[in-house]
Write a protein that binds this ligand. Sequence first.
Ligand code: ZN
Length: 95
Amino acid sequence: MEKEQRRAQRQARRQARDEARAKRQYERLRSHVVNCPECGAEALDHMTECPKCGAALTPSGYKPMNEKTKKTLRAVAFAAGAVIVVAAVVIFMFC
Ligand SMILES: [Zn+2]
């Protein structure tokens, strides 16, 4: 009997915690919702166009990476990829 009660309590606590988490996640999502100036539909603040009418939106939660950073990252990724390919070839040939 007591065991049953404890199990029910645990379940209730878990449910309350899950509901609180869902509420927090929902609030976080809502904080990124903006309304389209053309049709009023809801869109997220990183979107560049309205999902309903296709009007251009000004993204506020997202900034495109600047070109210099992009080029540097691309070069680093390419170098890392080349090293991995060369290492793979060397391992394949000598093992
Ligand atoms: Zn729209």
